[in-house]
Ligand binder design. Structure first.
Ligand code: CA
Length: 225
């Protein structure tokens, strides 16, 4: 899952980014409205954490411009402005949630997880694909009774596939969702993570759940032969 943080206060930005990274999100962070609009245009995100008082304008303008693009990314406003009017106008312009600073880190993360679940229409934090169970909150994975240990990036790949269960996911989409702007590695590492993940979730005697769709990408599905 990849998140954009638009926040000009360096201290808050660093705190939020560290929090997100500790929970395995890929994170891009910018400090101005202009950069926020640019990043939203260029990249695909699973969520946006948006400050309102930015040096070159209001976060509300970022939100307004962004909503006209028709992209459906959940936006959480994180602002020192806690008045009813501020909250109402933020939500009316198209924010999905509003949290007032100072905030409790655990609450910010819980609200973000809720937004991502809503976006993918998966209200339950536990995603089931056949006998595979993925707990998106604790990041515990098991197949039947077998617990599966995944490295953070392997889990990130699995989560993207599980959020799109029964729908093929392209390599580019996987790539965009598990890496942020800072990463400058090789794109074939996506395939490496997928094959490691497959070796862990699909045992020799088990029905395969992770499928390669030639020319398209990958698919997590329990209903495919
Ligand atoms: Ca600010």
């Amino acid at each position: 899952m990849r998140i954009l943080v638009v926040e000009d206060e360096v201290g808050v930005r660093d705190t939020v980014c560290a929090l997100l990274k500790s929970e395995n999100y890929a994170v891009d962070a910018v400090g101005t409205a202009e950069d926020g609009i640019y990043m939203l245009k260029e990249n695909e995100y699973d969520g946006v954490i948006l400050d309102l008082m930015l040096p070159d304008g209001s976060g509300l303008d970022v939100l307004k411009k962004f909503r006209t693009t028709g992209k459906a990314v959940p936006v959480l406003i994180l602002s020192a402005l806690g008045g009813v009017n501020d909250r109402v106008s933020g939500l009316d312009i198209g924010a999905d949630d509003y949290l007032v600073k100072p905030f409790a880190p655990a609450e910010l993360m819980a609200r973000l997880r809720a937004l991502v679940r809503r976006r993918y229409q998966q209200p339950d934090p536990l995603i089931r694909v056949g006998e595979l169970e993925i707990n998106t909150r604790s990041r515990a994975v098991k197949r039947g009774k077998r617990m599966i240990e995944l490295k953070p990036k392997e889990f990130a790949v699995l989560e993207v596939l599980a959020r799109n269960v029964d729908v093929p996911v392209t390599r580019t989409m996987l790539w965009e969702r598990i890496y942020d702007w800072d990463y400058d590695g090789m794109s074939n590492t996506v395939d490496v993570y997928v094959s490691r993940l497959r070796a862990k979730i699909d045992g020799d005697d088990e029905k395969p759940l992770l499928h390669t769709i030639r020319g398209v990408g990958y698919l997590l599905s329990a209903s495919r032969a």
